[in-house]
Ligand binder design. Structure first.
Ligand code: ADP
Length: 382
């Protein structure tokens, strides 16, 4: 029997197939740019990546295509499908089997993750329809953070709201699970800030494997500016925007979730590569704001850790942009952060990019959320 993983986002579906141990990956694939000019990439074992252009297709069609590939590629019946579910609320601090009751409870969290949760749950429904006998397992982005200290978990609202679930959940937990474990293997238990810089952007402070705080909160809007999301904003500004421009709840959500961030600030693109290649002053300003906020959050999380041993860069921007890594680190020499320019330029999937003997170790580590989902599914299936 094999295990499948499904990571259904707003513009991509990532999927993989594992042997029953949850460790041996048989293949992985991705359908990217859904809603635009979509493309499929598939990698089997150590073979070269195969690519195919798919053109315009809906989320449903992309999901169906991904699940068909999984069914076709699986050498045995699929025993369980592990799903990345962005929001697990206060109840889930680990993976669970999704029955109708769990699904209904996860559905109630949709307003807290409007650009993700519905797509995630659509993945569960589609996988259930196609793999009728397989268990559907939810693996949560919030679960990793559930053990964080109260001061990192709360807002200064009247206490009853905390009890009712208005908390700083934090996201990208599957990524932090993978990266903190990998870092412990490489260096042992360290006080580390892990920077997941992708289209969604967040950072997490860890002490070894223990979560100590993150930049995201109740929703995945807070903290750093992202491709299209605003990141930190004065809540008073949101109230003012609603009043002054007579924005409805829907309009203000669209503003904060899809029209802001790098895209909004540059007026050009949510894609960091395009901004890096642009000479427009607005592109440079958007990058400067991104870098400025990254430095501030690294320093803040280092304060939460009472010191910093290691800084890790990961995800699309963190793994692939030496220039952004350099700009962020340039402003943090006072924290003991230094870069080795050659190592930074040449870093591949995994590299130490600080010079030998520097006070803080800086690393690039490619993240692998699918590996964590597969391991969690194997754990639930026993
Ligand atoms: P997600 O998985 O959340 O969709 P990724 O982790 O793939 O996102 O990150 C997407 C981001 O990474 C985009 O902003 C993209 O521009 C950026 N990115 C990818 N490759 C590079 C690169 N070579 N240089 C700069 N940014 C890059």
């Amino acid at each position: 029997m094999s295990l499948a993983t499904l990571n259904t986002g707003s513009s991509s579906v990532k999927f993989a197939l594992y042997a029953e141990d949850g460790e041996t990956r048989l293949m992985r694939g991705e359908i990217a740019s859904i809603g635009g000019d979509a493309g499929l990439s598939v990698k089997r074992g150590d073979a070269k990546i195969e690519r195919e252009t798919l053109g315009e297709l809906s989320h449903e069609e992309a999901l169906k295509r991904a699940l068909d590939i999984l069914r076709h590629e699986s050498p045995d019946p699929v025993r369980a499908v592990g799903h990345r579910i962005v929001h697990g609320g206060p109840d889930y601090d680990g993976a669970v089997r999704v029955d109708r009751e769990v699904e209904a409870r996860l559905d109630t969290l949709t307003p807290l993750a409007p650009s993700h949760q519905l797509h995630n749950l659509a993945g569960v429904k589609a996988a259930r329809a196609l793999f009728g006998k397989a268990a559907q397992i939810a693996c949560f982005d919030t679960a990793f953070h559930r053990g964080q200290p109260f001061v990192s978990d709360t807002y200064a609202l009247p206490r009853r709201f905390y009890e009712e679930g208005i908390r700083r959940y934090g996201f990208h937990g599957l990524s932090y699970d993978y990266l903190s474990a990998r870092l412990c293997t490489l260096e042992g238990e360290r006080r580390a800030v892990i920077a997941h810089l992708g289209s969604g952007v967040s950072m997490c402070a860890v002490n070894g494997r223990a979560p100590m705080g993150s930049t995201m909160g109740l929703t995945a809007l807070d903290g750093l500016p992202m491709g299209r999301r605003c990141g930190q904003i004065d809540p008073g500004a949101v109230l003012h925007l609603m009043e002054r421009y007579a924005l409805s709840r829907k309009e203000v959500a669209s503003l904060l979730y899809t029209e802001s961030g790098l895209k909004g600030l540059s007026g050009l693109s949510n894609d960091m590569r395009k901004l890096e290649n642009s000479d427009a002053p607005q592109a440079k300003e958007a990058i400067a704001y991104f870098v400025h906020r990254c430095r501030i959050e690294i320093a803040g999380l280092a304060a939460a850790l009472q010191g910093l041993d290691t800084l890790v860069f990961s995800a699309g921007i963190g793994e692939n942009s030496p220039a952004i890594r350099a700009q962020i680190c340039e402003g943090l020499g006072w924290l003991g952060i230094e870069l080795d320019a050659d190592a930074n330029r040449e870093a591949g999937q995994e590299a130490r990019i600080s010079p030998p003997g520097s006070r803080v170790t800086v690393r690039v580590i490619a993240t692998d959320e699918e590996a964590v989902i597969a391991r969690q599914v194997a754990g639930v299936m026993g």
